[in-house]
Design a protein around this ligand. Structure first.
Ligand code: PLP
Length: 366
């Protein structure tokens, strides 16, 4: 048996005809960028996230960039964030000349440790940018409270957490602005690249729309220097069709995660921890082992896909060497980077495939 790390084919089988119909009607209309398909998705996605506004982007990284712009984060400002995430979370800070200030993670959830944030606040701190890693929400009540007390903006990177909840409240509805990615492998994925910002304040939404499209309020009139970060009509159409399936797909991920947890709990490895306040959407199912090198060779021999997100934390990346961090600064992030293994999980993954992965793990660890 072969088990891919991720497979988008199952989710497209059922949707193939409606997707082809959408594409045909876009070819007829000739409207390929923004337009009614994107607007319809923006409305539906804002509703889904229990927010007032959504603004579609061409990917999650550009959305993170504009999140910093609309909050007036700029050169010399500090933004507190996690070193254990995909690099784009920090790109959103660096693109505007601000400085990422890292805080170590909680070793159980892999998310920024809310209890360590306050010690990193300085007079230059302008915002906190958190990531709901692997689909597991951060402790948003604690983090929101710190932002209120210190008058800081709160940015959520929910690129891996579409539909996740904390204390019953949707991710993305806690912060001033939240970024999503719809890269094809995310819980809600486009057929290509796409992203979005969501927010409640109308002036933030207006500024995001302006910056996304050349700073133009009308054709050939540019009120500010803008960008071309627009969402394609095709991606808006695809995402709107898929949004109706997101909860069902997240439930499938949850069942797969439960199956893994039942099957792996007796093994000498660390399984994902989800607090009773959190509803994870299991973007990834992540275990920890000190024997990662040998274990991943074993998975390869068994034809099982895996990843090790993220093997080098951001404070140790060459691009951030000027920030002056060194190995040992964030021991929990560094330990996670050396021990995590993400097992296959995707909607449409069969019971037999999950059992096969469990068997392969058992063979290795027992
Ligand atoms: C995928 C991802 C991004 C970037 O999104 P793109 O659409 O690939 O630009 C940002 N942050 C996190 C945590 C991600 O997983």
């Amino acid at each position: 048996m072969q088990v891919p790390y991720y497979d988008t084919k199952p989710q497209h089988t059922e949707l193939k005809q409606p997707l082809l119909d959408k594409f045909a009607s876009l070819l007829e209309s000739g409207n390929f960028v923004l337009g009614s398909e994107v607007e319809a998705f923006e409305r539906a996605f804002a509703d889904y996230c229990e927010c007032t506004y959504a603004v579609g982007f061409n990917n999650g990284t550009t959305a993170l960039h504009i999140a910093s712009c609309i909050l007036n984060i700029g050169p010399g400002d500090e933004v507190i964030t996690t070193p254990f995430t995909f690099a784009a979370t920090s790109w959103g800070i660096s693109y505007v000349g601000a400085i990422p200030v890292y805080v170590d993670i909680d070793p159980y959830t892999f998310n920024i440790d809310a209890r360590k944030i306050e010690a990193a606040i300085t007079p230059k701190t302008k915002a906190i940018s958190v990531v709901h890693l692997y689909g597991n929400p951060c402790e948003m009540d604690l983090i929101q409270d710190i932002c209120k007390r210190y008058n800081l903006y709160l940015i959520e990177d929910a690129a891996q957490a579409h539909g996740a909840r904390y204390k019953g409240q949707s991710v993305g509805s806690w912060g001033d602005v939240t970024a999503f990615s719809f890269y094809p492998t995310k819980n809600l994925g486009a057929c290509g690249e796409a992203g979005a910002l969501i927010m409640n304040r109308p002036e933030l939404a207006e500024r995001a729309r302006l910056l996304r499209s050349h700073g133009s309020v009308q054709r050939n009139l540019h009120s500010v220097v803008g960008y071309n970060y627009r969402m394609e009509a095709l991606q808006g159409a695809v995402l709107n069709l898929k949004l109706a399936y997101l909860d069902q797909w997240n439930r499938e991920r949850f069942k797969i995660a439960e199956h893994y947890t039942q099957g792996l709990k007796a093994l000498p490895i660390t399984l994902p921890t989800v607090s009773t306040d959190a509803q994870s959407v299991y973007h990834l199912y992540t275990i920890r082992t000190d024997q990662r090198a040998a274990f991943t060779v074993h998975l390869e021999q068994k034809g099982i896909g895996y990843s090790t997100h993220y093997p080098l934390p951001l404070h140790l990346q060459p691009c951030y060497s000027h920030l002056g961090y060194k190995p040992g600064d964030f021991p929990e992030a560094e330990a996670a980077a050396q021990t995590v293994v993400n097992l296959p999980i995707f909607p449409g993954m069969t019971h037999e495939q999950v059992s096969y992965v469990i068997e392969a793990c058992t063979q290795f660890f027992v």
